[in-house]
Design a protein around this ligand. Sequence first.
Ligand code: ATP
Length: 445
Amino acid sequence: MPSTDNVMEKLVSLAKRRGFVFQSSEIYGGLGSVWDYGPLGVELKKNIKERWWRSMVHEREDIEGLDAAILMHPKVWEASGHVAGFTDPLVDCKHCKNRFRADDPRIKGTPGQPDAQCPACGSRGTLTAPRLFNLMFKTFLGPVEEAAAVVYLRPETAQGIYVNYLNVLQSSRQKIPFGIAQIGKAFRNEITPGNFIFRTREFEQMEMQFFVKPGTDQEWFEFWRNQRMQWLVGLGVRAEKLRWHQHTPDELAHYAKEAYDIQYEFPFGWQEFEGIHNRTDFDLSRHQEYSGKKLDYLDPATNERFVPYVVETSAGADRTALVVMLDAYSEEEVGGEKRVVLRFHPALAPLKAAVFPLVNKDGMPELARRLYDDLRRHYNVFYDDGGSIGRRYRRQDEAGTPFGITIDGQSTADGTVTVRDRDTLGQERVAADRLVSYLEGKLQG
Ligand code: ATP
């Protein structure tokens, strides 16, 4: 394994060079902590989201999907507690104008007092006392910028689910317990974003809210903790790099009764990338209060009325993509040469296979093209006829492509091709007309 200090640097540079992730608006010098996904990155993230959707929605009878709008009625955020509570205490340096979280470990002394020292410019006594700063992005609906027109870019997707809970319940004819899942963008004006796509100001969440009868919440909380960990291990993420972190009372969000994070050992330390929260009836009760609409549930079996409790699973698609890339990144020596390989789970790999004519003559390119045209009706595959076969393999190793298919002299004679496995480097001869089903078997999982 490469040393941990520079693995982030190597990954960021590989991500750019190979078209996984680019800095936003790069030709203008970039926009702080905003990133764009390139041709390989968009496939990787889409595969993660699709796999999540499949396991959370399609494979479950008791979960429905939703795609709520980013802009919501401003009262939603009063009810949810985000207007009052979604804040971080910040200090400003009056000299260099930089802004820091009040708990920034680099600050020496007490902000607001003469002894405090600015971690950026080193001045003493220039840091203000902590002030609360709301993390929600504000904008205006319509042409007039007035208080009445204020709307927010949602800081989490969950609220779109709560306000639609009755719509989904009634239209889908689900009964409690049941869940609603959503994937979508969220925005937070983070003070200390960074570490590439780990903490950004615009990101995507994959959230599922499971509505249960009060009293059964603990059981469902354990159930969903279990399921989510299994799902991650099923993505091929190494189990020893994953751990649980239970929120202490100070860490618990304003809405949570109990919360666990799934953490990954990033090169910059153990950090959360998914949370499982028992949100109780906090959100639905608050929406009931603020909207004046009844959001309780009549249990048809017992005739009881109650406001459901909610168990939430909340993951960042971008942070999961970072976990998947870091976990897959590996450097090794093969035949005296260094190779960089992204060992993606085949289901997540942006490209499933690459097709290579060994040489550009003797009928090989024609056969390779035919095969490529056939395969790409089923999978995202790549055609490469440039450079030595070794170089072409290396390029695909770096992109994380699980299979390399080479068309050689024997192929034109007997219709077989070699399939090289990215991880074992083993090669097998397979009949070209059986390739689709051969790959199908290998790519499942
Ligand atoms: P953190 O403490 O790291 O800011 P959080 O506890 O505020 O995270 P949640 O509100 O629980 O995070 O959000 C759920 C998930 O959404 C996180 O586990 C993470 O994967 C993702 N997420 C939250 N904020 C960001 C961000 N700024 N950039 C990228 N992903 C984020």
